[in-house]
Write a protein that binds this ligand. Structure first.
Ligand code: NAD
Length: 279
C-alpha cells in the first residue's frame, strides 16, 4: 500500500465501478458516495428510466467521477455481457462490482391468509433467482474480466436473515444465506485460482425501509409501524431503522485498499441487531 493510500484510502479517482440494481434505494446512495470519492460509476438496472434519473442526479453533484446508466437484467447472461461491453467502451476497465440487485416479493411471504404450504413455486423461484443467480451471473462475467486483469473487487449484498432466518420470508432468507456462502466460495476461488488481488466480500444490511419491505414494516393506511416493524426496532440496540448513508463507510472500506487483506467476509451494518439476544 502506498503512503497516500493510508492518508486517503477512499480516493477512487480513475477507478470504475459497476453497480447492479443501482437505481434502487440503497445502491443509488452507494453510487453517490463513490462518485463523490472520484469513481466512475455504471448503474446497471433493468429499469433504465430510473437508472438514468440516478445518473442525472450523480452528474449534478460536485464530483469528479463520471456516471452512466445501462439497461441490464442480472438474470440474463447476454444482457450483462452487452452492458459490460458498453461500460468498457466508456471507462476502459472495471475495477469493482457491487451486486446490488435483489429483493423479496409479497407472493413469497407468508401471512395469515397465505401459509408456507401455499407459497407458489414461481414466486419462490423468482426470489431465489434474483438474489442468488442475480449475484452469480454478473460475478461470472465481470469476474472473468477481473481474472484477466488479475485485480478487482466484488461486493455482494447479503442480509441479516442470512445469519438467522427471519419469520415469513423463507425464500429470501435462504437465498441471502446462499449469497453469503457464495461470497466465501468466490473469495477463495478467485484468490487461489487467479490473483490475491481479487477480493470478494459482502455487506449484510440490517433494516432499512425500502420498497421491498415497506408492506411488512409499516401500515399502508396510517404509515405507523406494524408489530413486525416495532419488533425490529425493539431488537435493534440503536433503536432505529438504518438510512442508506449508514452503509457508505463499510462499502467504501470494502472496495478500497484499506481492506486489501480482507476477503470472504460478510459485514453486518445493522445498529447492533445481530449482536442482541433480545434480553
Ligand atoms: P430496491 O428495490 O430499492 O432496488 C433494487 C433495484 O434492483 C431496483 O432498481 C430494480 O429495478 C433492480 N432490479 C430488480 N431486478 C433486477 C434485474 N433482474 N436486473 C437488474 N436490475 C434489477 O432495493 P433495496 O432495498 O435498495 O435493496 C438493495 C439490495 O439490498 C438488495 O439486494 C436487497 O435484497 C438488499 N437488502 C435490503 C435491505 C433493506 O432493508 N432494504 C436489507 C438487507 C438487504
Amino acid at each position: 500500500m502506498m503512503s497516500n493510500e493510508f492518508t486517503n484510502p477512499y480516493d477512487f479517482t480513475g477507478q470504475s465501478i459497476v453497480i447492479t440494481g443501482g437505481a434502487g434505494i440503497l445502491c443509488r446512495e452507494m453510487a453517490r458516495a463513490l462518485v463523490t470519492c472520484g469513481a466512475n460509476i455504471a448503474i446497471l438496472d433493468y429499469n433504465l428510466e430510473a437508472a438514468q434519473q440516478v445518473v442525472d442526479n450523480l452528474l449534478s453533484i460536485p464530483a469528479t467521477g463520471k456516471a452512466i446508466a445501462v439497461k441490464a437484467n442480472v438474470l440474463e447472461n447476454v444482457s450483462i455481457q452487452a452492458a459490460v461491453e458498453a461500460v468498457l467502451v466508456e471507462f476502459g476497465q472495471i475495477d469493482g462490482l457491487i451486486n446490488g440487485a435483489g429483493g423479496n416479493k409479497s407472493e413469497a411471504t407468508t401471512s395469515p391468509d397465505k401459509t408456507f404450504f401455499d407459497l407458489p413455486q414461481d414466486a419462490l423461484r423468482w426470489v431465489f433467482d434474483l438474489n442468488l443467480l442475480g449475484t452469480i451471473i454478473p460475478s461470472q462475467i465481470i469476474g472473468k474480466h477481473m481474472a484477466l486483469r488479475k485485480e478487482g473487487v466484488i461486493l455482494n449484498v447479503s442480509s441479516m436473515n442470512a445469519f438467522r432466518p427471519l419469520t415469513r420470508i423463507p425464500a429470501y432468507s435462504a437465498a441471502k444465506a446462499g449469497v453469503s456462502n457464495f461470497t466465501q466460495w468466490l473469495a477463495v476461488h478467485m484468490a487461489q485460482e487467479y490473483s490475491s488481488r481479487i477480493r470478494v466480500n459482502a455487506i449484510a444490511p440490517g433494516f432499512f425501509i425500502t420498497e421491498q419491505n415497506r408492506f411488512l414494516l409499516t401500515d399502508p393506511g396510517t404509515g405507523e409501524l406494524t408489530r413486525r416493524g416495532q419488533s425490529i426496532i425493539d431488537h435493534t440496540p440503536m433503536g432505529r431503522f438504518g438510512s442508506p448513508e449508514d452503509l457508505n463507510g463499510t462499502v467504501l472500506w470494502l472496495l478500497s485498499p484499506a481492506s486489501a487483506f480482507i476477503t470472504g467476509i460478510v459485514v453486518p451494518v445493522d445498529g447492533g441487531f445481530s449482536a442482541f439476544s433480545g434480553v
